[in-house]
Ligand binder design. Structure first.
Ligand code: C2E
Ligand code: MG
Ligand code: MG
Ligand code: MG
Length: 277
């Protein structure tokens, strides 16, 4: 009997695993096809000045369109892209598309920067500077219109290399932001030597900042750390007006989050911009 249960259990897990592997395989196929056809979708989430509630920037966020038209979330395909080495090509495609979109915004009278996420492997690749330079020149985009978001974790992998890399990127005139701040293990002594402009407070702290005293203190501490280092601060995942009020009080000037807008298509983003003009 035990043997039979064991066998049943085994086959239960096996079916599960098989389904997961199949889905993974399917998504990798979809990802490869999208990369080949220059078909990675890029959505834009506006960043707002908390006081004036006007759009001051946007983050480019990759999306994948599945076989049956559904939109696949980056939570699923970014890890896949990282494991399969496709992340470099994906990052490049998003960078070019975001620069092209930034150019269109400029053409429409909106000189607000677009930020692009850079994966650790991409950041450490020797070709990143070249790609950035090429993307800027291809679209004749002024460098103040481009910002790169690099996670705190990626910045801490190899501090010496990071420092050199950031100096090179900064010499191109673009801005650098530390993404998901507070979730990695930052060494403050490295941090102070890094040439960065913006700190993005991870949304895991914003989420419960008004019900959890510890989260509130963490947000408060990150803001004062950022301020004392002369960095611009952006709160991620702001969903309520109470959070907005608290962040203003703590001195955080900028936010993105569902309170204002989810990530939207380039067309929808342009309409948002136009409705403000
Ligand atoms: P991230 O860079 O920290 O981006 C912010 C994520 O928070 C986005 O998820 C956004 O939709 C979500 N978000 C924004 N406001 C709210 C809110 O008020 N509530 C909640 N619950 N969520 C909010 P998304 O688009 O699913 O992207 C997830 C992650 O995938 C990104 O986190 C980033 O790490 C990665 N990613 C997305 N696009 C790219 C890309 O082109 N390249 C790389 N390397 N990573 C990317
Ligand atoms: Mg980001
Ligand atoms: Mg983030
Ligand atoms: Mg994140």
């Amino acid at each position: 009997r035990a043997k039979q249960e064991g066998r049943n259990r085994y086959s239960f897990f096996s079916d599960d695993l098989e389904a997961a592997l199949l889905q993974r395989h399917q998504q990798e196929k979809t990802l490869r096809a999208a990369l080949k056809d220059n078909n990675i979708l890029v959505y834009y989430q506006p960043k707002y000045d908390l006081v004036s509630e006007r759009i001051v920037g946007a983050e480019a966020l990759a999306r994948l369109q599945g076989e049956d038209g559904e939109i696949i979330s980056p939570a699923q395909f970014i890890p896949l892209a990282e494991e399969s080495g496709l992340i470099l090509e994906l990052g490049e495609q998003v960078l070019y598309k975001a620069c092209s979109e930034a150019k269109r915004l400029l053409y429409n009278g909106a000189n607000i920067p677009i930020s692009v996420n850079v994966a650790a492997a991409q950041f450490n690749s020797p070709e990143l500077e070249q790609h950035v330079q090429k993307a800027l020149s291809e679209y004749g985009l002024p460098s103040f219109m481009l910002e790169l978001e690099i996670t705190e974790t990626a910045l801490m992998i190899d501090p010496q290399l990071t420092k050199k890399k950031l100096d090179k990127l900064k010499s191109l005139g673009i801005s650098i932001s530390i993404d998901d701040f507070g979730t990695g293990y930052s060494s403050l002594s490295y941090l102070k030597t890094y040439n960065v402009d913006i700190m993005k407070i991870d949304m895991s702290f914003i989420k419960d900042m008004l019900s959890n005293k510890h989260d509130y203190e963490i947000v408060k501490t990150i803001i004062s750390l950022g301020q004392s280092m002369g960095l611009h601060l952006v709160a991620e995942g702001v969903e309520t007006r109470d959070q907005r009020r608290a962040l203003i009080k703590l001195g955080c000037p900028t936010a993105q989050g569902y309170l204002y807008s989810p990530p939207v298509t380039a067309e929808q983003f342009l309409s948002l911009i136009k409705s403000e003009q």
